[in-house]
Design a protein around this ligand. Sequence first.
Ligand SMILES: [Zn+2]
Length: 114
Amino acid sequence: MAWEWSHTDQAYAAAESNLRDLSRAELLTILREWAHRDRVDGNILRVRLGAKRPGGFRLPVGMRQLATDTLADIVWERASELSTCTSGGYYAYVCPYGCHMVSFDRADDSAEDY
Ligand SMILES: [Zn+2]
């Protein structure tokens, strides 16, 4: 079950910082999912179910040339519009399908170094 965002400014800042720590490749993967969602919502093209890599996941033209910071800006803007998180509110969804998320807690990330 997903919850709606209802966090402190500090938690949003932590989530945004965690998002900006993601690799460029991961940001591009997330943006492919947003592009897919936009196409499904807009009925721009029908998703070929079962296809290994549906055309619907193509990046919008020109997006690959954008700076990594700009890619992160776009993902954060989309995530903020979605404002959905895991139940309990620990992780913010940064893609439309809930398979990519970042913690609202900045301390969580440093724990990964252990
Ligand atoms: Zn995802």
